[in-house]
Design a protein around this ligand. Structure first.
Ligand code: CA
Length: 227
């Protein structure tokens, strides 16, 4: 089945380029050049993944990301021309799964699209359910729950939680976590893990400032607290 990618970008040259490479890689491509249009195309076309420019006229990329997240856990790759880390992290805090900084090569877009989709589909896993304490993850359904109550996690959050819960008590560095959840782990991107952990805690913990589940190991990384 052909997978469909929604590309949201107001620069027509970029749309044209990205479309050409994605189509060559076998994907169907639909496009939008503004935020509201993106939401309506999303509803009608139900794409498998959204490539979303941060800088759009009117409703910007973050607003679109937020709006998409309210209705779907579709994988989202943000495009950004802003190089500073804060903006990147904000993108991830809004629930994006990955981001690409402009100028990018269209090949990178195809590679990231493939990687994020593969992750979203979930590679074949051995155990059907991974559980530790109050948290359990139904791997085939990709549904996490806390004492039976479903948690609404993004693809990246689910994958991170799965790694941590599968190894309670084990400390992971940010780089190790990044390697576990991404096809390609880029040095220097380790801090993005912090943003995902922060989001996870907000959904998981009774009090995110006093985490009971995911512990920060100062100077090292994170671990799932063994009961
Ligand atoms: Ca733009």
């Amino acid at each position: 089945m052909t997978q469909k990618i929604l590309v949201v970008e107001d620069e027509l040259d970029i749309i044209k380029l990205v479309r050409a490479y994605l189509e060559k890689a076998g994907y169907a491509v639909v496009t939008a050049t503004a935020g509201q249009e993106a939401l309506s195309v999303f509803r009608h076309e139900r794409p498998n993944l959204v490539i979303l420019d941060l800088n759009l006229p009117g409703m910007d990329g973050l607003d679109v990301c937020r709006a998409l997240r309210r209705q779907s856990d579709v994988p989202i790759i943000m495009l950004t021309a802003r190089l500073d880390e804060t903006d990147r992290l904000i993108g991830l805090e809004m629930g994006a799964d990955d981001y690409i900084v402009k100028p990018f090569s269209p090949r990178e877009v195809v590679a990231r699209t493939r990687a994020v989709l593969r992750r979203a589909e979930g590679e074949p896993v051995k155990p059907d359910v991974i559980a530790a304490g109050e948290i359990s993850l139904d791997m085939p359904r990709r549904q996490a729950s806390k004492v039976g109550r479903p948690l609404d996690l993004t693809t990246m959050e689910f994958d991170l939680l799965a790694v941590l819960v599968a190894h309670p008590g084990q400390v992971f560095t940010r780089m190790q976590l990044l390697e576990q959840v991404q096809e390609t782990a880029y040095a220097g991107y380790e801090r993005t893990i912090d943003a995902h952990i922060k989001n996870l805690r907000a959904k998981l913990e009774d009090d995110p400032h006093n985490p009971r589940f995911i512990e920060t190991v100062r100077g090292v990384g994170y671990r799932f607290i063994q009961e």
